[in-house]
Design a protein. Structure first.
Lengths: 306, 786
């Protein structure tokens, strides 16, 4: 459904409206480099990473400079400290659940991120929210409206089913991996109470159709026989929802209907309010529900009516 | 309301104390060929050296001492008529029917108005473009477009080509009152903004007030675009039509009863979908993409004293396959012209106007497991009596009022997810707006004339609705907290506002062919279009002033010098203006303007200012005619929470704006036209830095400033040629071919410049120039008339 709509738009915008985009060189002012905190961790029994870098000039496409030598600790609400260590001296601070310290899995409890870097102390707070089970992952035979350049016009469209918890304000992020490869990073799929945004009065609903089907390939393609498909449902705080929503806005803010670009606020603060060294980035902890399947024609369901 | 009442009572009392030793000549002036009322025809009394002009219905009235007079009419493109009148015992009603002047080519007429009107009238900051000129100008894809044409006038701009609406003297698009036969049109665009909703075959007259706004108009702060529809040929059947690149159109005009009443119906529809149908496969077979508009009007003259008019517009854009989107306006206007006596003219307008859109799954299968439907609408009803009292040749008094009731349905959605149905969104809002006004146009001497008036507007935000009590503005660009919600019952007043709006204009004649003009006006606006995108989208929602949203108020002063030369063949003007705007609206970061019941928490407020100078020279007659307009301007906003609370250039700001329009009539067969436009690139913001989160490059402006950069300058040349073959189609009538080329030298003009993540690697970044039209666009149109 989403595909067909976009095809129509493409038809209008390219063939009909003669629009075009050119890459240009733009002289911009220099800013000041700031500490960047990329701390998205979860409750899985896996290695958890927090990446610290420094912001760089906008058109500098080299790898970001890592922020080295920081002290990075995640505390849970019971003051248990989890020390993240930069093993490879590349700014990626890791911690792995072990016999002594299990995964970060205190649902409903708050976690604090503490960073000491370059003489400054930074802190942030997040909460490990509940996540519903994914009840099922189905797929049905489907046809693309137009033949893609690579691959087949025929294949399968998948959808997952899960129900939002009772109680307003549960937020989620959905990520899918086809044959072990996750969707593009800027393909950000979020849910607020099972629908798109706050105010939807969608509390307790089964996730709405566009979200259920957001797990399909992000380019013009369908799933094929023997593909593996993995769906991860992350619980996030409302704060993370609003952050990721702005990231999504700034990732596709172009054309006739662009909105004015904005700076995205961080939830990491310098403990010294008067310090000029303000950090960028975000700290978020999620509980994860996961489901996996291998596409087999014989197991496909009938294409539902819409 | 009481204030208005007293104002009117006081006025009616003054009317009664009138001397009776004078007599009045009055009547209608019409086009002899089709019976259309002619607007702005000059009626001149030679012996008394006084004159007047016909109003928008073609009515005139002039009061003189008893005596015999020579009366002459004057109107560009029409033959002059001179008659003798004896005013001895009774008032005289005399109608004129003017013939088009065969001596001059009708097509060369740029302006249908009194020849020295530019210098002599009180109007300043007003532009009138004749529909015949608009039809001659080169147009995008050959589609004659009123909104695009007025953008060649001084002080009128757009945020970019393809954007909906227009901006007048630094005002936002919602600050223009676009009137079609006195009913407001809320969205003047088809296809997001590429074409305007007015069918040129049904339009008679277009007038834009950028300043010096007369007291009878109100409700928007920046401009009034007054579009008048044709009344229809009252002499004989007339059919006009055409096949263009986008639209095919047809209009039919005919008398209802000859010389007593007539009608016009006009239909346009895009037809690309019909051509495309055979090429669509099964998956796309159900897709829809078309837009159309239907315009109709009828008038009937009951007797000498009473005329009635009924006009309507209905237009719609429809897009979609499984998931569809459609939007459109509808207006209906009923008008009654009543001549009480030779001096007092009344027009009463009653109108209904609506704009709505719907979005959702197309197949309304009740058994569908999932569906989504979303509807939004604004409706208003209004009654508006306008009186003109032609007191004497030196004073013309206008007074009247307006009452409007609004219903806003910002958006309600019904979603069905796996069989479960939820309804959500923003509930309806209601408002009422009242206004009363009185104004006088006074000739103090041959050199000095004045227009002074006052309008009082009063507004109520009504229940049934919830009033949101928000935390105080915190000086940041973040959403405010809702502290409490107070429900109000039906028709309970939640909030009211009243504004006195003085209007003033002055014309000081400096010689026979030049004058100095000055105007001041205050305007108030109670409804606002919430739009945070560069170009306004059809989804944008109108919202009423409330306990949180104050009415927008603008004060504007303008000073101008007007000069005609070469026997009024050329007219020119220089104007400077300053406009101050209060209670301007902006938006928090990540603002959620749709389906959001607490949308007021996502708004920021501040002020605006706009100033500039406009230069205009126009050649009215001859084989070569047209105009050059240049505007030097600035428009800025100061919004609490943005740009650290400092002034910044508005997104629509353009420093230089030049337009050249030329029309050349070679002979009866061929005519040519050309437009050239140049303007400074609009402001833009660029980040200084970036950082990577989860593999995504995020832009960051270390200084947190808005609109400190400019996109590249815009310039474009368009040309057109019209061929009128001598061979007739259908053995009668006439046809013409219009060949046009838009963007002749193929410039990729920037609509916007922005930064983005590289499509292949979202951690890499680049700057992009986006052009809406990246190529030369040729078009052919065939028009016919019989």
């Amino acid at each position: 459904m989403k595909n067909k709509y976009s095809i129509l738009l493409i038809l209008f915008i390219s063939g009909f409206l003669f629009s075009c985009e050119d890459v240009i060189q733009k002289e911009i002012r220099a800013g000041v480099s700031q500490l960047v905190v990329d701390a998205f961790i979860n409750n899985l029994e896996e290695e958890q990473k927090i990446t610290l870098t420094l912001s760089q000039p906008y058109f500098d496409n080299s790898k970001p400079t890592p922020a080295l030598g920081a002290n990075v600790i995640v505390f849970d609400e019971d003051s248990v400290a989890h020390q993240f260590v930069d093993l490879q001296k590349n700014g990626v601070y890791v911690w792995k659940p072990n016999a002594r310290q299990k995964a970060l899995n205190k649902i409903g409890k708050r976690y604090v991120l503490y960073i000491n870097y370059d003489g400054q102390e930074y802190v942030s707070l997040s909460e490990l929210k509940r996540v519903p089970k994914i009840d099922s992952l189905n797929y049905f035979g489907d046809t693309l409206a137009i033949r893609p350049q690579n691959g087949s016009q025929f294949g399968f469209t998948a959808e997952f089913f899960a129900r939002d918890f009772q109680g307003e304000g549960d937020c989620y992020q959905i990520r899918a991996a086809r044959n072990g490869k996750y969707q593009k990073a800027n393909n950000i799929n979020l849910a607020f109470d099972g629908a798109f945004s706050p105010g939807s009065k969608s509390d307790g609903i089964i996730f709405i159709l566009p979200i259920r089907r957001s797990i399909n390939p992000d380019t013009l393609a369908l799933l094929q026989e023997k593909d593996t498909l993995q769906v991860d449902l992350y619980s996030i705080t409302q704060e993370t929802y609003f952050f990721m929503n702005l990231v999504r806005q700034e990732s596709s803010n172009q054309g006739l209907f662009a909105v004015p670009s904005v700076n995205i606020p961080s939830n990491v603060v310098n403990r010294d309010e008067k310090s000029t060294k303000k950090p960028l980035g975000f700290f978020s902890i999620s509980a994860v529900s996961r489901i996996k399947t291998v596409i087999e024609k014989s197991k496909a369901v009938k294409k539902p009516n819409v | 309301m009481k204030k208005i009442y007293y104002l009117l009572c006081g006025f009616i009392i003054t009317l009664k104390i009138n001397a009776q030793d004078k007599l009045t000549l009055s009547g209608y002036v019409k086009d002899a060929s089709n019976g259309e009322g002619l607007i702005g025809v000059s009626i001149y009394v030679q012996e008394a050296k006084v004159g007047t002009q016909t109003n928008v219905y073609g009515f005139y009235s002039i009061t003189l001492d008893k005596g015999s007079y020579t009366i002459s009419t004057s109107y560009i493109g029409y033959a002059k008529q001179t008659i003798k009148i004896e005013l001895s015992s009774t008032n005289i009603t005399r109608n004129f029917e003017l013939n088009e002047d065969s001596q001059i080519l009708q097509e060369v007429v740029v302006s249908t108005k009194k020849e020295d009107d530019n210098v002599k009238s009180l109007e300043m900051s007003v532009n009138k473009v004749d529909i015949k000129t608009i039809q001659k100008m080169p147009a995008l894809l050959g589609e004659v477009d009123i909104i695009k044409s007025i953008q060649f006038l001084p002080g009128v701009t757009t945020v970019g080509e393809g954007a909906s609406g227009f901006n007048v003297r630094g005002g936002n698009i919602d600050q223009n009152l676009v009137l079609l036969d006195e009913a407001p049109v809320y969205n003047s665009s088809h296809l997001f903004g590429f074409f305007s909703v007015f069918n040129p075959d049904a339009v008679k007259d277009v007038k834009l007030y950028k300043g010096g706004i007369p007291a009878q108009y109100g409700g928007r702060v920046s401009s009034i675009l007054d579009v008048r529809m044709k009344e229809g040929n009252s002499k004989k059947l007339e059919v006009n039509g055409g096949i263009g690149t986008i639209f095919s159109r047809i209009s039919v005009e005919a008398p209802i009863v000859k010389d007593k009443g007539s009608f016009i119906v006009a239909l346009r529809r895009s037809y690309i979908d019909i051509l495309a149908k055979p090429f669509l496969n099964n998956e796309l077979r159900d897709s829809k993409f078309y837009y159309y508009d239907f315009t109709a009007k009828a008038n009937y003259r009951i007797n000498e004293k009473n005329n009635i008019y009924l006009s309507g517009y209905f237009g719609r854009d429809v897009f979609g396959a499984d998931f569809g989107f459609n939007w459109g306006n509808a207006t209906t206007t009923f008008r009654w012209n009543h001549v009480f006596n030779n001096k007092l003219f009344l027009n009463t307008t009653v109108f209904y106007s609506n704009y709505d859109y719907a979005l959702g799954t197309q197949r309304r299968d009740p058994n569908a497991r999932d569906s989504f439907n979303w509807q939004s609408e604004i409706i208003n009803y209004s009654v508006k009596p306008d009186f003109s009292y032609y007191l004497n040749p030196k004073n013309t008094i206008t007074f009247g009022g307006q009452a409007t009731y609004y219903e806003f349905k910002p958006g309600l959605a019904t979603a069905k997810s796996a069989g479960e149905v939820r309804t959500f969104g923003a509930p309806s809002k209601f408002a009422a707006e009242f206004a009363g006004y009185i104004a006088n146009e006074q000739k103090i001497s041959n050199k000095l004339s004045l227009q002074y008036g006052i309008r009082y507007s009063y507004y109520q935000y009504l229940g049934k609705a919830d009033a949101y009590n928000l935390e105080a503005p915190n000086g940041t660009a973040d959403r405010r907290k809702v502290l409490s919600i107070t429900p109000f019952g039906q028709n309970k007043v939640i909030q009211d506002y009243g504004n006195l709006e003085p209007r003033f204009a002055l014309n000081l004649g400096l010689g026979s062919n030049n004058s100095l003009k000055f105007s001041y006006n205050r305007t108030a606006q109670y409804i606002h279009l919430l739009s945070n995108t560069t170009a306004s989208s059809p989804l944008d929602v109108w919202t009423p002033s409330s306990n949180n949203i104050k009415p927008q108020i603008a004060d504007q002063v303008a000073l101008g010098y007007f000069y005609n030369f070469k026997d009024n063949n050329y007219e020119s003007s220089v104007e400077v203006y300053y406009k101050d705007m209060q209670n301007q609206i902006d938006y928090v970061r990540g603002a959620d303007l749709l389906l959001n019941p607490a949308v007021e928490a996502d708004l920021l407020f501040g002020k605006g200012r706009a100033y500039g100078s406009e230069f205009y020279i126009k050649k009215n007659k001859g084989k070569l005619n047209g105009w050059i307009s240049y505007t030097l301007a600035r428009t800025e906003r100061k919004i609490d929470g943005l740009n650290r609370g400092e002034w910044f250039a508005a997104r629509i700001d353009k420093t230089h704006n030049l337009a050249v329009v030329g029309i050349y009539d070679l002979n009866k067969k061929w005519s040519f036209s050309s437009n050239f436009t140049f303007f400074t690139g609009t402001p833009a913001s660029f980040p200084t830095n970036k950082y990577i989160i989860q593999g995504i490059a995020i832009p960051h402006d270390y200084y947190d400033e808005r609109n400190t950069y400019r996109i590249s300058n815009y310039h474009r040349l368009d040309i057109a040629a019209t061929l009128k073959p001598t061979k007739k189609i259908f053995k009668k009538g006439q046809g013409e071919w219009v060949f046009s080329v838009y963007n002749v030298y193929n410039r990729r003009n920037a609509f916007s410049e922005y930064v983005r993540q590289n499509p292949d690697d979202p951690s890499k970044t680049e700057a992009i120039r986006y052009a809406v039209f990246g190529s030369v666009i040729p078009a052919v149109t065939y028009n016919f008339k019989f």
